[in-house]
Structure formats: structure tokens, C-alpha cells
Design a protein around this ligand. Structure first.
Ligand code: ADP
Ligand code: MG
Length: 522
């Protein structure tokens, strides 16, 4: 109990002293009592930090970064949810750097040995110093022996105790969310407790590398016949909850355009390929890498795109895939009537609006884009405008489609850096056309009940304990909220009961007293 309050105090103090709190005030104007509380905890005892020249957003990013894994993750999570915190802050939070100093290689070796057991550990040799370190994990290079063959691998190791610290800090945040929700009724609609629990569920899956390994092998299966896209192989004997072992990529970072050209790699073709592969994964397979920034992409000697980091993946069910293909195609063809129709058939727009009215608003999004030079056209931006527009027509955008839209903007950015003249429409069209030709069901026949998840789970390796959890989190990410039939929902209810019990145990007065004592003996 005291630990939680102490942690809360530290969090509040950090936010106030960094000045980051003022950016929160911009999106949400809290009651005066909360402002006073932050003013008190944020009071500077002579050690004023001079970061006044920084923007509110930069201050917020700095504060979160200094506060470590939990808050970096919180910031990254909120960055993907402009629907909760608004466009401006979400843009600022996108700049958050996921970096922390590495931990010692000897500790890494100890973790490897405990996690994998002696036999699998003994197959690993030449473990390098860390080559990359982020908030959740760090990566080493090594060799492993598989059937008397020496393989070059990369091994990603979870930071020691990161799960424990994360869950403890989230307990404190959860408590804060609960107190705020109970005291300030207006905040109920912000669903703070649900957001913290959502972050917990999602990050706990990210911290279980068996999921990442399963995602990599699913992407591998889906794309093994696609020329120009290679997914590294997973070594399951050297993989566990805390360890991910995969083929080491022998390639050039996609960021290094100069070097790619020196190696005679056709960067124009590469630019086209990255867009086409991404669309194929999203539309054909309904399963796509949702973290395709330059740092996670390499190019092999033969010019194939090789991704790493399968912690965040997106999933689209059949209905959404069809919806996506039809709207993109409709826009490419400038057939706004058709795009409007799809929205009405799929029941995405409230009946109180007229189809013509909706088509007109679609035209207002599409036409200005066609007036532009090819290099300014962006499918991702178009979707962004479309989703904003549909909100006006009472349509809720699915989180998975938002994830896709955001990734599309990133992928197009990567493509443009390879070739500034890429014409996104020309490149996208054949992929979408092909798929639409092959799909027989018209959109209105696609049943709501198609359950892609069960098909997907069949393909995962045999990991019975985590299956339910994976299924839950997939549903949860797809819907952006808890489904009352899932394990995750039950755990939210349990969490809420616990919080209620705890609140009943203490009185407001005690809380104030403790904060006061902590203040005096800081
Ligand atoms: N299989 C691999 N081969 C070569 N380098 C890798 C491999 N996997 C990861 N790396 C390097 O380690 C970095 C961090 O790995 P990544 O999986 O992206 O972790 P994080 O989730 O911390 O971003 C990558 O950006 C890349 O430079
Ligand atoms: Mg990465």
C-alpha cells in the first residue's frame, strides 16, 4: 500500500517538476484540487531544472524517458491513440525514443543459462557485447550449433526484472486511475482504469518473446513464396519467454541508401516492393508487421527486404480486409459513389445520413489528392482523412484499421526515402486489383461471425498455456476495448474488485496525511 503511494508520489513529482504536466492541462482541464496537488508535489526545493526553452511535448517526452520502461511504453501506447489524447500530444509522443543503457553481458549469459537450461545454452558460442539496447530488451550476436552446423544468430534478451517493475508501476498507476475515476466523476468517460489495464495486457504480451517468435513464424509461413521478402527463421530451442533467437541478418540497413546503391541494389524497385509487400500482407493475409520503421528493416545481398522486431503486429479480419481493398480501390478509381455504398452496406455509416451526402464528403477528400503530383499522394494520409471524416458520420474506426493506417504512413515514408518519385497509387493498384479479382464473396455476404483467430491459432506452434492469452489480446487489440467473454475482461473485473477493496481500506484523510509525510521527509 505505502509502496504504491510512494511510487505515485514519485510519478506525480516527476511529471510536475519536468513541466510536462502543462501539456496534459491542454487536453484535459482537471479540477482545481488536482492542480493544487500537482503544484504541491511539484514544488521545487531549490534544485530547479532549467528546461524552459523546450516545448511542452519535448518536456513530456524527456520526463517519460527518464522514468523508464513503464512510462516509455505508456507514452508509446498513448501515441497510437489520438482518439484518447488528441492529435497534437500523440504527434509529440511519437518522438519518444525507446532507448536505455545496456545491461552487462555476464548478466545476459546468466539469464540465457537459467532460461534455456544447460543443454541448449551449451550450443551457444561467441556471445557478443550488446549491439542494441531498448527499454524492454537488448540484442546480442552469437553462434549456435544446429545439427552440427554453425549458425549466425541474433539473440534478444528481456531486461532483468523488467516485468516485475512494469507490473508494480502499473499497479500504482492503476490505483491512481481508480482514485481519480472515483473522486472526479467527470473522468469516468476517459476509462482510465481500462486504458492502464489495456496497456498491461498488451505490454505483457510484448514481454513474452514466445509471442514474437510465433508472429515471426506466422509471417514466415505467409510469405515464404513471395519473392523479395525474407523473414528470419526462429530457433525454438533457444527461445523462451525471455529469449528470442533468430537468424542473424546479413544485410544493409534500409536507412543506408548510399550503401545500397553502392552494392548495386535497385532502390527504385525496393521502394515499390516495400509498399507492395506490405499491402499484400494486410489485404491478402490479414496479418502485417505494424512497426515497419527504418530501424527494423534490412536489405539482403540479393535485394530482398528483411524485417526484424515482430512485437507489434496487426490483424485484419476478412470483412476489414475487404473493406480496406474496396475503399482504396474506389479512391484510386475515383468512384466515390461505390466507396459510399460500401460504407452503407457494411453498416458503417448511420442510416440517418444520405448516401449522396457521404459520397460528396468522400469526393472532397479524394479530389484534392488527384490534383497533386504523384509524389505527394499517400494512401496512409488518405485513410487518415477518411477515418476522421467517417467519425462525423457516426462511424467508429476500428483500432486495427487505425494501426494499419499509421503503419501505411510509415511504410510510404520508407519507400519515399528510397525513391522520392514513387507513385503510391500505381504501385498499389495491381495488388489490390489482383486480390479483389480472386475474392468471390461480395462485401455484403461476408458474415460478421468470420473468426480468423481460430484459423491463425492452428498455425501457431504448440503453446497451450499462452494460446488463450494470445487470443484474448488479439480480440482486445482488434476492438480497442475489452470483450466481456475474454480472459482479459475477467482480469480487468478482478483488478477493479481489488482496487475497490483497497479503497475501502483507506480513508481520504490517511491519504493526505501520507502524502504530507512523504513531502516533509522526501
Ligand atoms: N536477426 C537480427 N539480425 C541482425 N540484427 C538484428 C536482428 N534482430 C535485431 N537486430 C538488431 O537489434 C536491433 C533491436 O532489435 P529489435 O528486435 O528491433 O528490438 P526492439 O524491440 O528493442 O526495437 C535492431 O534494430 C537490429 O539492429
Ligand atoms: Mg526495433
Amino acid at each position: 500500500m505505502f509502496k504504491k503511494i510512494f511510487m505515485l508520489f514519485k510519478i506525480g513529482r516527476k511529471l510536475s517538476t519536468s513541466g510536462a504536466i502543462s501539456s496534459f492541462y491542454q487536453i484535459y482541464n482537471p479540477p482545481i484540487i488536482i492542480k493544487i496537488l500537482f503544484f504541491i508535489v511539484g514544488f521545487n526545493f531549490g534544485n530547479k531544472k532549467d528546461n524552459n526553452n523546450l516545448s511542452d511535448g519535448a518536456k513530456l517526452c524527456n520526463a517519460l524517458q527518464e522514468m523508464g520502461t513503464t512510462f516509455i511504453k505508456l507514452g508509446q501506447f498513448l501515441a497510437t491513440r489520438p482518439d484518447i489524447i488528441g492529435e497534437n500530444i500523440s504527434k509529440e509522443l511519437e518522438k519518444l525514443q525507446d532507448k536505455l543503457p545496456p545491461f552487462d553481458t555476464n548478466i545476459a549469459k546468466k539469464i540465457l543459462k537459467t532460461e534455456l537450461g544447460k543443454e541448449s545454452f551449451d550450443q551457444i558460442t561467441n556471445i557478443s557485447e550488446p549491439i542494441a539496447a531498448a527499454s524492454i530488451a537488448q540484442v546480442h550476436f552469437a553462434n549456435i550449433n544446429v545439427a552440427d552446423q554453425k549458425k549466425d544468430v541474433a539473440i534478444k534478451i528481456l531486461r532483468p526484472d523488467v516485468e516485475k517493475i512494469f507490473n508494480e508501476e502499473l499497479d500504482a498507476l492503476m490505483f491512481l486511475a481508480y482514485i481519480v475515476e472515483s473522486l472526479v466523476k467527470k473522468t469516468k468517460r476517459l476509462k482510465l482504469v481500462e486504458i492502464v489495464q489495456l496497456l498491461r495486457e498488451i505490454t505483457n504480451v510484448e514481454m513474452d518473446f514466445r509471442f514474437e517468435a510465433a508472429a515471426a513464424s506466422e509471417l514466415y509461413e505467409n510469405t515464404k513464396n513471395d519473392l523479395g521478402f525474407d523473414v528470419p527463421k526462429i530457433y525454438w530451442n533457444q527461445t523462451s519467454k525471455k529469449i528470442l533467437c533468430l537468424d542473424r541478418i546479413d544485410g544493409i540497413s534500409i536507412r543506408d541508401v548510399e550503401n545500397l546503391k553502392l552494392q548495386n541494389i535497385d532502390t527504385k524497385k525496393l521502394s515499390k516492393n516495400i509498399i507492395q509487400h506490405f499491402l499484400r500482407h494486410a489485404i491478402r493475409d490479414g496479418f502485417f508487421h505494424a512497426d515497419m520503421h527504418q530501424g527494423n528493416l534490412f536489405v539482403s545481398k540479393s535485394g530482398a527486404i528483411v524485417p526484424v522486431d515482430f512485437g507489434i503486429m496487426g490483424r485484419l479480419d476478412k470483412k476489414n480486409r475487404k473493406y480496406l481493398a474496396e475503399i482504396l480501390y474506389g479512391f484510386i478509381k475515383r468512384d466515390y459513389q461505390k466507396v459510399a455504398e460500401i460504407h452503407f452496406i457494411a453498416g458503417l455509416v448511420s442510416k440517418e445520413f444520405s448516401k449522396e451526402e457521404f459520397a460528396q464528403s468522400l469526393r472532397s477528400i479524394g479530389e484534392p489528392i488527384f490534383g497533386q503530383a504523384a509524389k505527394n499522394i499517400s494512401g496512409g494520409k488518405l485513410l487518415n482523412q477518411l477515418f476522421k471524416n467517417t467519425e462525423k458520420f457516426n462511424m467508429q474506426t476500428q483500432i486495427q484499421l487505425l494501426l494499419l493506417q499509421k503503419t501505411m504512413v510509415v511504410v510510404e515514408g520508407v519507400a519515399r526515402k528510397l525513391d522520392p518519385d514513387t507513385n503510391i497509387w500505381n504501385v498499389s493498384k495491381p495488388i489490390i486489383e489482383d486480390w479483389l479479382k480472386n475474392v468471390k464473396d461480395p462485401i455484403n455476404k461476408i458474415s460478421e461471425s468470420i473468426d480468423e483467430a481460430s484459423e491463425v491459432l492452428k498455425r501457431l506452434p504448440d503453446l497451450p498455456i499462452i494460446m488463450d492469452k494470445a487470443n484474448d489480446v488479439m480480440t482486445l487489440m482488434a476492438e480497442g476495448k475489452f470483450n466481456p467473454n475474454t480472459l482479459a475482461y475477467r482480469s480487468l473485473r478482478e483488478e477493479e474488485l481489488k482496487l475497490e477493496l483497497m479503497r475501502n481500506k483507506i480513508f481520504g484523510g490517511v491519504l493526505v496525511l501520507v502524502i504530507f509525510i512523504l513531502l516533509v521527509f522526501k
